[in-house]
Structures are given as structure tokens and as C-alpha cells.
Design a protein around this ligand. Structure first.
Ligand code: GLP
Length: 240
């Protein structure tokens, strides 16, 4: 596990985008896994600047990590909306190359199976961007998720619902369920890039890096992966 600590989020974003750029120059149809949340936004802004400066991302393929059940892509709280606003449109990604999870599919089991098959057909994810929840969740794999879990419908914990309620008018509006790549699915990506900022992520970061590998701390599963980059600021690194 490679750990990079820097208090300048722009510097960290540049490091990640340098990796993405190098990957795309070598393999123009690279498969990029994208995360939502506030933490990776500087990455997408930096990626947008590179595209404006001439980087061609027209062939890359994009996979999402998770989605709220019941929110469609036109709902401003959906992850599909976020990905369109922050990545697809500004980075001029071909929409035909994008596969996100649908939270409004009639049969979520079939949607999950189809999504897994699509990743396989693409040859797997080359680089997966990840964030972490305060309780150590990755994507929407909450504590107690099997470390071997695959894409499926999941229930959100009260802690996550509360943390994500900052984007809603009231906590009652936050969906209670999501469809999420499993931990086993995520671990199959060839390079995992995890970002965490601020003291409030300190507990999850410490357990992810130094704690025992446990289903109670989904992010600790990263210890099982041979190629992980963790980019954190001083706040998140404080407890290490
Ligand atoms: C959500 C997402 C996660 C994300 C987490 C942290 O719960 N499902 O994929 O990592 O939020 O978000 P933030 O970066 O805003 O702290």
C-alpha cells in the first residue's frame, strides 16, 4: 500500500490525474471506475482542465460504484447526475462508454448481474477511484458487508443516512437503500486509488491501513489488494 500525505488537495488531485493521463496515453480505451462524494471533486476538476488542454478521453470507458435505490438520473441527488455533471459532460466522455448502476431498474438483481457482466466484458477496471465513509464503508458496502460481496442491493446505516442528509432538505428524504458494487467486485480493479480528507475520516483511515482486515471495516479489505494508493491530508492522517 502506497500512502501519500499532503495537505494540498490540488497537489493530490494532480497526482491522481497524472496516473489517469499516463494510463490513457498508453491505453486510450482504459476502464476508469469513478466515485462520487465531495472528496474526489478536485480530481474531476483537474481532469477537466487536462481535457481542455487537449487530453483525449473520448475512448475511455467509465463504470460507477453505486447508486441510491429509487433515484433516477435526472434527480439532482442521484450519483448518475453527479457523474454526468462532474465527469461525463466536462471531460467529454462518450456517453455510450458509460455504465452506471441504475437505482430505478425494475429488477435490481438483474441490473446487478448485468453490471458485473459489463465490467467483465470490458476486461475489468484499470483504475478505481474510491472514497471512504466515516464508518469505513466503501461505495455503499456498510460494516458487516462480506469482503467477497458482489454488486447487489444494500441497506444504508443510520450513520450514512445522517452523513448524506447534508445534500437533502431533511434526513427523511435520504433513500434507505442503494445498489452497490461489492467489496469483492471492487478488489478486482487493477489499481485502487483511495482518497480521504479531514479529521472526521481519521478513524476509518487508521482502521483501513493499520487495523485488522474485517467485515466491520469494509475499507480494511484494501489491505488484501496488491496495488493500492492512499492519498490523505494531515487531518485524515492524524491518527496514524
Ligand atoms: C457516499 C458514497 C461513497 C463515498 C462516501 C464519502 O456514502 N457512497 O462512495 O466514498 O459517500 O463521501 P465524501 O467524499 O463526500 O465524504
Amino acid at each position: 500500500m502506497e500512502i501519500i500525505i499532503n495537505d494540498d488537495h490540488q497537489v493530490l488531485a494532480k497526482i491522481v490525474v497524472d496516473s489517469i493521463e499516463a494510463m490513457v496515453r498508453q491505453k486510450p480505451d482504459s476502464v476508469l471506475g469513478v466515485a462520487t462524494g465531495s472528496t474526489p471533486i478536485p480530481i474531476y476538476e483537474e481532469l477537466t482542465r487536462r481535457v481542455e488542454a487537449g487530453l483525449d478521453l473520448s475512448q475511455i470507458r467509465i463504470f460507477g460504484l453505486d447508486e441510491y435505490v429509487s433515484l433516477d438520473e435526472n434527480n439532482a441527488q442521484s450519483y448518475a447526475y453527479f457523474i454526468r455533471q462532474h465527469i461525463i459532460e466536462p471531460c467529454k466522455i462518450n456517453p455510450a462508454n458509460v455504465r452506471l448502476l441504475s437505482g430505478v431498474a425494475e429488477d435490481l438483481k438483474a441490473e446487478a448481474a448485468d453490471f458485473e457482466a459489463a465490467i467483465k466484458a470490458a476486461g475489468g477496471v484499470d483504475l478505481q477511484i474510491l472514497g471512504v465513509g466515516h464508518n469505513g464503508h466503501i461505495a455503499f458496502n456498510e460494516p458487516t458487508s462480506s469482503l467477497a460481496s458482489r454488486t447487489r442491493r444494500v441497506s444504508l446505516t443510520e450513520k450514512t443516512i445522517e452523513a448524506n442528509s447534508r445534500f437533502y432538505n431533511s434526513v427523511d428524504e435520504v433513500p434507505r437503500h442503494a445498489i452497490s458494487q461489492g467489496i469483492g467486485t471492487i478488489l478486482e480493479a487493477r489499481h485502487l486509488v483511495m482518497l480521504a480528507y479531514g479529521e472526521e475520516k481519521g478513524y476509518a483511515v487508521k482502521e483501513m491501513i493499520e487495523g485488522p482486515v474485517s467485515a466491520m471495516m469494509p475499507a480494511s479489505a484494501l489491505q488484501l489488494h496488491p496495488h493500492v494508493s492512499v492519498l490523505i491530508d494531515e487531518g485524515a492522517a492524524k491518527t496514524l
